[in-house]
Write a protein that binds this ligand. Structure first.
Ligand SMILES: NC(=O)C1=CN([C@@H]2O[C@H](COP(=O)(O)OP(=O)(O)OC[C@H]3O[C@@H](n4cnc5c(N)ncnc54)[C@H](OP(=O)(O)O)[C@@H]3O)[C@@H](O)[C@H]2O)C=CC1
Ligand SMILES: N[C@@H](CC(=O)OP(=O)(O)O)C(=O)O
Length: 342
């Protein structure tokens, strides 16, 4: 199989490095371009990146010269975007217009009517919006997006509950500091502390979830008819967002039925290289899931759940920069490739 040429926009950042990690030995994609700011352009990736992951920098990328974030400088079929949202807002359409498939991790276009917001295990059919988008905008390429990291972790677990008639969701998050990027939260602010505010996070969880669980009617997404209410908090954990979720359902399933629904959840995506063997892992121990112990399950792509109680109340936990960011975009691109869209 000829590898799909893959570029990474924002390749030196927290999510960008996760993209490099996920794509360096990928069976379908080959990294052909690494792009970042003018501060990094012209340097080798080794010089520019300041590698911060606890796996070694892949040798294949060490000497790649970083290029500016410009369609003319990037040789690729698909670009993975890990750019700050304000920059992604102007840059991503330029790439789509120039014929690239853009798999974006940034928030800029998630809620646009004609741009798919996709989690492969939840709403693969929403990729039908790509044609609507290309017709409306006259682009040769297109943009698809993955949700906010907290939204992804929660929504993967809500999907198997839809059959019980999901009506209300309340969620309180405990979010890792890597979610704010490498220099996002000063150590003096987060050490020995909890910060009960993450800008725009609650609105993102409350709106993106309805789009994800909504129905594609051939021309647009009809949002799910339910209410989501979120409270988001930063905690001194490096990676892994933990969420306490209360799910109100019409059929009032017992905890054991909810556990069964999680256990049996099979999105049938086994042919995609990044899809974990289990999208949802059920932990029966009273004190799990925990970020330090469970975040790398399924190579960081599984969401772990536990403490399923009457109410229905449960805890969900997932790796925010893998399942919630780079891994999610790569999985979206794998889905696109599997349906002939790359
Ligand atoms: N961290 C997370 O858990 C999640 C992050 N996201 C989103 O992903 C995106 C990236 O986040 P994160 O990796 O944490 O951010 P970082 O700040 O760690 O990285 C930002 C990247 O963008 C590049 N960049 C910054 N300014 C410019 C510019 N003016 N021109 C070109 N490139 C530029 C940087 O390059 P340089 O090194 O050269 O400055 C770097 O590669 C954001 O939109 C974020 O909201 C989404 C979900 C989860
Ligand atoms: N706000 C998230 C990370 C993030 O960047 O989200 P978004 O992709 O929605 O901007 C966090 O801090 O954990």
């Amino acid at each position: 199989m000829v590898a799909v040429k893959a570029g990474i926009l924002g390749a030196t950042g927290a999510v960008g490095q996760r993209f490099v990690e996920a794509l360096a030995n990928h069976p379908w994609f080959e990294i052909t371009a690494l792009a970042a700011s003018e501060r990094s352009a012209g340097k080798t990736y080794r010089e520019a990146a300041g590698w911060r992951l606890d796996t070694a920098m892949p040798e294949s990328v060490e000497n790649i010269e970083v290029v500016p974030v410009d369609p003319k400088a990037v040789d690729a079929d698909v670009v993975f975007s890990a750019l700050p949202a304000d920059l992604a807002f102007t840059v991503e359409p330029e790439f789509a217009k120039a014929g690239f498939a853009v798999a974006s991790n940034a928030s800029s276009y998630r809620m646009e009517k004609d741009i798919p917001l996709v989690i492969p295990e939840v709403n693969p059919e929403h990729l039908g919006l790509i044609e609507v988008q290309q017709d409306a905008r006259g682009w040769d390429g297109y943009i698809i997006t993955n949700p906010n990291c907290s939204t992804i972790v929660m929504t993967v677990t809500l999907k198997p509950l839809m059959k019980f008639g999901l009506e209300t969701v309340q969620v309180a998050t405990m979010q890792a500091i890597s979610g704010a990027g490498f220099s996002g939260v000063p150590a003096m602010a987060i050490y020995d502390n909890v910060i009960p505010y993450i800008g725009s996070e609650e609105t993102k969880m409350e709106t993106e979830t309805l789009k994800l669980l909504g129905e594609f009617n051939g021309s647009e997404i009809v949002p799910a008819d339910m209410k989501v209410s979120a409270s988001c908090h930063r905690v001194p954990v490096i990676d892994g967002h933990t969420e306490a979720i209360w799910a109100g359902m019409r059929d009032k399933p017992a905890p054991e039925e909810v556990r069964e629904a999680f256990l049996k959840f099979d999105p049938k995506l086994g042919e995609l290289p990044s899809e974990p063997r289990k999208a949802i892992i059920v932990r029966d121990e009273v004190d799990r899931p925990q970020p330090r112990l469970d975040r790398n399950m399924g190579k960081g792509m599984s969401v772990s759940v536990g403490r399923i109680r009457e109410g229905i109340r449960y805890i969900a936990m997932g790796h925010n920069t893998i399942r919630g960011a780079a891994g999610a975009s790569v999985l979206n691109a794998e889905l696109l490739h599997s349906i002939g869209k790359l």
